[in-house]
Ligand binder design. Sequence first.
Ligand SMILES: NC(=O)c1ccc[n+]([C@@H]2O[C@H](COP(=O)([O-])OP(=O)(O)OC[C@H]3O[C@@H](n4cnc5c(N)ncnc54)[C@H](OP(=O)(O)O)[C@@H]3O)[C@@H](O)[C@H]2O)c1
Length: 336
Amino acid sequence: MRALVLEGNFGIENLKLKDRDVPKAGPGQVVLKMKAGSLNYRDLATVTFGGNPALLPLVPLSDGCGEVVEVGEGVKRLAKGDRVAPSFFQGWISGGPVAEQLGATALGSPIDGCAQEYMVLSAEGMSKAPSNLSDEEVACLPCAALTAWRALVVEGNIKAGDTVLVQGTGGVSIFALQFAKAMGARVIVTSSSDEKIERAKKLGADDAINYKATPNWEMEARKLTGGRGVDHVVEVGGADTFPRSIMAARVGGHIAVIGILSGLTKDVNVAAIFAQNLKISGITVGSRTQFEEMSRAIEQNDIHPVIDKRFPLDEAQEAFRLMQGASHFGKIVLNI
Ligand SMILES: NC(=O)c1ccc[n+]([C@@H]2O[C@H](COP(=O)([O-])OP(=O)(O)OC[C@H]3O[C@@H](n4cnc5c(N)ncnc54)[C@H](OP(=O)(O)O)[C@@H]3O)[C@@H](O)[C@H]2O)c1
């Protein structure tokens, strides 16, 4: 079988297709024939920014959709023919989070990910796919969609009438826009591109701010809410955006801290956090139980992930370069 392997060193140019043996299912495991995968910014970071060379060789991609083709001894919850999405955190089933459920159990680093034709995993580490979605659409869910779901629904307790500010138009943010609209919220989107703003409005965004043309977008967001501030910020920008997100939020508002697109560290006005009685949630994706709750909402509301572009597995380098250029809107898919 073919597997996309990062070998030798970090860098998109070091992603190569390799022949590997088709794995066998041990007790408690299933073998998946992978149909599709999708890219997340984390995959780009894993491949390009380097890290621990001891992790190489590595198969990237936390996100995918596969069909169960072999079931190991003792597996009850899945059967041959089931269409599933592996969990981002293979070890986080429910409750938590506690440390043992997180980093070491993540697909795509350190555990070999979904960019391969077959993979073997614990049956506990996957969920059945929402029935209304194609294989490619299912492959968009595990990281980006669950992160947006947890940010707004699990930690944010979003309710109809809330105002949500989503930053940019990448994978997490477009899912946040779709979930917020499904929950009856108002959405303000920020983007560097007027063309992307028009696309976001077609998806239901109520208001938009071009953060290049209006660098102090937090003041504009306050204006759009009559001075009150937004109820939720889906904070993917990191260093440059977090101080502004504090000012965009209403008293008692919620900031889901998710991303680092503009960097890791910045001075923060701590007094503004307590003066505004803000709730700040650090988010790392979510559990299998939360994924299954999200899947029900996706089915009930017939929500379809927004796919910018699809690539065959042997053009994976181009897919990573598209993400690096940040011209995409929503998700980038690899057909496996
Ligand atoms: N903590 C977690 O569990 C978790 C899970 C998923 C993702 N993340 C993180 O969340 C971030 C987004 O991930 P993703 O996969 O959705 O990325 P993505 O699809 O690559 O999204 C990138 C988009 O974000 C926007 N953007 C870039 N810099 C920005 C800035 N300074 N301010 C506002 N928007 C900006 C741009 O949209 P426009 O072109 O419209 O401006 C860009 O196209 C990454 O940092 C990723 O590591 C964290």
